[in-house]
Design a protein around this ligand. Sequence first.
Ligand SMILES: [Zn+2]
Length: 81
Amino acid sequence: MAIYGNQQYLYTPTGRADEFADLHGPGSKAPFSGIYKCVVCGFEIVSEEDKELPSHRHNQEQGAVRWVLLVRVFNGYILGP
Ligand SMILES: [Zn+2]
């Protein structure tokens, strides 16, 4: 579970946000910079956009490592409602 200090610095997108549902295997390129979580065991990492997502110490008997994006780094401007 990612931990943060100030909710004002987090933004919850409205509408579809498939980037937070797509699963990625080790060796695939991270689609965004941010925090990723292994959905099988809960291990979290930080990765930069276009860097290969790693494997990690993971009990393969639980299933293969699958990363999901938890928190995406964003340096653009978000329009208000
Ligand atoms: Zn894992």
